[in-house]
Design a protein around this ligand. Structure first.
Ligand code: AMP
Ligand code: GLY
Length: 423
């Protein structure tokens, strides 16, 4: 089978690495890909939202399955685009249709879905520029910290948490009236602050049955001790040590099942990955958000722990036969450490030569923001490369990741040295 992966990050390199292990794979394409995917697949310089060019590629290369990495094309309706076109409607697309992708595309939509299906989440109210004054009153009734969320996609920056009431009111005004995040903050969700430790659960569904994939915890802040600005993710650990069997049973019964059943009930076709961001409040899981894709860098620790042939799993999703498959997992812990460009998540330079990759033997190297320039691997983004290792526990795995990170070098390279500090 010929397969196309859409995207260019560490997540997509990990998908490519895993798919490349399947005997069922003939040709693998990645659009646009990075220097890592270039080693194991054919990179094609097409953007993930260029649906017409993607269609041409699919027809030209006889691609039978498309794995959509990031949320953007899903929220823009790539799955619906395929279904609506007679020439490509039978090509399997892994990723939900547009309606279900709104679970990530609109926080308000996701909140309403959770309310409708009694899925535990923070209490909330949403506001628009017409109801700013009511928003102020609502904030006055809450206890700090105040959680304000731009409704739409805001490149991971749309959530603001503030301790001071006046700051929260100013932020609400700036989002709604001054359009701080453009149309993404035309509606703002204000919600109850949940105090606890975060984890993510990944689910693969064919719209009928589902598999709960390994849990993971990522480290979003740039600074040690979870300080400083938010990033796309500085590293991840799987499984999450505090996700006991009893806690996972609660997650499955209270959250995963009602989510998959809710999608069915609401006629929201979903074939793909669901990424559920959770907070453990006391002993109870509550949903912070849904993402309609895999996480990055969570994929870099979740996929390596799945022992099944990934082509089999994805084919079963496409054929709605996931129930027939038994998930096989590596019980060991996987950790990944993300190396980033100096200055990230603020401004940073690109094009720095990366050396030392070939000296890493006992960890997996997943490229994120890299490209080839005159035969050399150079930096091409904020998050540059993730180093994944296995161990009997997260400390053992992490020490191997760190040992190997030290072998990599590029000007300005930065990474967090304290992953797992909170576990
Ligand atoms: P999101 O973009 O929805 O993932 O939110 C970004 C981060 O904000 C999350 O990873 C949490 O750390 C935090 N967060 C979001 N909602 C809440 C909440 N209701 N209570 C506490 N923290 C939250
Ligand atoms: N690591 C968080 C995300 O992929 O959204």
């Amino acid at each position: 089978m010929n397969i196309l992966i859409l995207g260019s990050g560490g997540r997509e390199h990990t998908f490519a690495w895993k798919l490349a292990q399947s005997k069922k794979l003939s040709k693998l394409f990645v659009a646009p890909g990075n220097a890592g995917t270039d080693n194991i697949a054919t990179n094609v310089p097409i953007g993930v939202n260029d649906f017409q060019e993607i269609k041409k590629l699919v027809l030209k290369e006889n691609i039978q399955l498309v794995v959509v990495g990031p949320e953007d094309p899903l929220v823009n309706g790539i799955h619906d685009f395929f279904l609506a076109d007679a020439e490509i409607k039978n090509i399997a697309v892994i990723g939900p249709e547009k309606l279900a992708a709104t679970l990530e595309g609109s926080k308000e939509f996701a909140k309403e879905f959770m309310m409708r299906h009694q899925i535990p989440t923070a209490q909330y109210k949403s506001f628009t520029s017409e109801t700013v004054e009511e928003g102020f009153k609502f904030l006055e009734q809450l206890n700090p910290p105040y959680v304000l969320k731009a409704d739409g996609l805001a490149a991971g920056k749309g959530v603001v948490i503030l301790n001071d009431l006046d700051d929260a009111k100013n932020e609400l005004k700036s989002m709604l009236v001054d359009k701080k995040f453009g149309s993404a903050s035309a509606t703002v969700v204000i919600e109850e602050f949940l105090d606890g430790i975060e984890l993510s659960v990944f689910v693969l569904t064919d719209g009928d049955s589902y598999k709960v994939l390994p849990t993971a915890k990522d480290y979003k802040r740039i600074g040690e001790g979870d300080t400083g600005l938010n990033t796309g993710g500085m590293g991840a650990i799987s499984p999450v040590p505090f996700a006991s069997k009893a806690f996972m049973d609660k997650i499955e019964q209270r959250i995963v099942k009602p989510t998959v059943e809710g999608l069915k009930m609401d006629n929201m076709p979903y074939k793909g990955f669901i990424f559920i961001g959770l907070i453990k409040v006391g002993d109870d899981p509550k949903v912070i958000e849904y993402n309609v894709r895999m996480g990055d860098p969570e994929t870099e620790v979740v996929l390596p722990r799945i022992q099944n042939d990934l082509v089999d799993l994805l084919q079963a999703v496409a054929d709605q036969k996931l129930a027939e498959i038994e998930l096989q997992l590596d019980e060991r812990t996987a950790t990944t450490v993300m190396t980033v460009s100096g200055g990230y998540p603020g401004s940073y330079e690109k094009g720095k030569e990366i050396t030392g990759i070939e000296s890493i033997k006992d960890s997996l190297v997943f490229h994120a923001g890299t490209t080839l320039k005159e035969g050399k691997v150079v930096t091409n983004g904020g998050r540059v490369m993730a180093i994944t290792s296995f161990g009997s526990d997260f400390k053992t795995a992490l020490s191997k990741s760190y040992e190997n990170v030290e072998k990599i070098s590029f000007e300005g390279m930065n990474y967090r040295k304290d992953l797992g500090f909170d576990l």
